[in-house]
Design a protein around this ligand. Structure first.
Ligand code: CP
Length: 316
C-alpha cells in the first residue's frame, strides 16, 4: 500500500482486516517498524477518536506523531489552480503539501465535505491535492466522500462479533438536527459489500446515497422491514445527496429504539460516534449489552495501526 485514500488502495481486504485483528492482540509487536519515522495528522475539522486513535497507533509502532489543526494553527489553504491569492487564504496547497511531505514520512488528512457544492466535495479536491503535491504517503482520516479508517474498524468489529459467515447488516439513516456528510455511510456501504456481507440500506425518501456507493446493496424504505432478522444495525445520519447537503427530514420516528431492535436477530448496535443520544438512538439501545459502540471506537486504533504498518513496510 502506498497511500490510503479509499478501499481502492487496498490490495487484499481480508489480509488487511486480519492484520488489524492480529495487531490488536499484540499492539507493540511492530514497535521497531516506526523508529525514526513520523506522521503528521492534519485536521481541517474537529475530531476526538480519529485524532487520539491515530496518535496512539503511531506510538504503538514507535513513530512520532505531530498534529496540525489547520483552522486554528495553520495558514488558511488555497486549493484552486491559477487563482489570484488576494483573499483570506494565505498559503497554496502546492507549497503546503510539499513542505509537510518533506518533514514527515506519512501525512494524514481530515477534510469534511463542505456540503455546499456536490461536484466539489465528490471530486475530493482536498485529499487529491495532498496526494498530488505531497511526496509522502497520504492517509484519509475522513474526506468529502469517505471515511475508510472508520469502515475498516467497523469491519473488524463485525468480524469479531458475527456468528455466521455472511451476516445481515443494516445501515439505517437516523435523524439529526444538522446536515452531516455522507462519508461514513458511503464507506460503510462500500466496505460491507467488499466483505460480501448481506447489506440493506434503509432511509426516508430523498436520502438515497450516490449509486457508486449503493452498489448492489438492497434499499428498503420501511425501516422496520429492514431491521427484520438483522445481526448488525449501523445507525448514521447523513444529509441528502440528491438535494445536496439539505436536511429533508428530522422525523424522530427513525430513531433506533429497543422496540425496533427487538425485530432483529439479537442484533448488535453500531455507530461511529459521536452520537446524539435519544435523537439517533435511545439510551436503552446504546447502553444495552448489544451495543458495540465502544469496541468499535477502540478498533480505530488498530485500523490506523494496520494501515500505518502497511505504509511503513512499503517505505522500507
Ligand atoms: N468516528 C470518528 O471519526 O470520530 P471523530 O470525529 O471524533 O474523529
Amino acid at each position: 500500500m502506498n497511500s490510503f485514500l479509499s478501499i481502492k488502495d487496498v490490495n487484499n481486504l481480508p489480509a488487511l482486516v486480519n492484520d488489524a485483528l492480529e495487531i490488536k492482540k499484540n499492539p507493540h509487536a511492530y514497535s521497531d517498524l516506526g523508529r525514526n519515522k513520523s506522521v503528521c495528522l492534519i485536521f481541517l475539522n474537529p475530531s476526538l477518536r480519529t485524532r487520539l486513535s491515530s496518535q496512539k497507533a503511531a506510538f504503538n509502532l514507535g513513530m512520532n506523531a505531530a498534529v496540525l489543526d489547520v483552522g486554528s494553527q495553520g495558514w488558511k489553504l488555497e486549493f484552486a489552480d491559477g487563482v489570484v491569492m488576494d483573499s483570506d487564504k494565505a498559503e497554496h496547497i502546492k507549497e503546503a503539501a510539499a513542505v509537510i511531505g518533506s518533514y514527515f514520512d506519512v501525512v494524514a488528512i481530515r477534510a469534511f465535505a463542505k456540503l455546499e457544492d456536490r461536484e466539489e466535495d465528490y471530486s475530493e479536491q482536498i485529499i487529491q491535492s495532498f496526494k498530488k503535491y505531497c511526496p509522502a504517503p497520504v492517509v484519509n482520516m475522513e474526506s468529502g466522500t469517505g471515511h475508510p479508517l472508520q469502515a475498516l474498524a467497523d469491519l473488524m468489529t463485525i468480524e469479531e462479533h458475527k456468528t455466521v459467515e455472511k451476516p445481515k447488516v443494516v445501515l439505517t439513516w437516523a435523524p439529526h438536527p444538522r446536515p452531516l456528510p455522507q462519508a461514513v455511510a458511503n464507506s460503510f456501504s462500500e466496505w460491507m459489500q467488499a466483505a460480501d456481507f448481506d447489506l440493506t440500506i434503509t432511509h426516508p425518501n430523498g436520502y438515497e446515497l450516490a449509486d457508486e456507493f449503493v452498489g448492489n446493496a438492497k434499499v428498503e424504505y420501511d425501516q422496520r422491514k429492514a431491521f427484520k432478522d438483522a445481526e448488525f444495525v449501523y445507525a448514521k445520519n447523513w444529509s441528502s445527496y440528491s438535494d445536496y447537503g439539505k436536511v429533508l427530514s428530522t422525523d424522530r420516528s427513525w430513531m433506533v429504539t429497543a422496540e425496533k431492535m427487538a425485530l432483529t436477530n439479537n442484533g448488535k448496535f453500531m455507530h461511529c460516534l459521536p452520537v446524539r443520544r435519544n435523537v439517533i438512538v435511545e439510551d436503552a439501545v446504546i447502553d444495552s449489552e448489544n451495543s458495540l459502540v465502544i469496541p468499535e471506537a477502540t478498533n480505530r486504533i488498530f485500523s490506523m495501526q494496520a494501515v500505518l504498518k502497511q505504509l511503513l513496510e512499503h517505505l522500507k
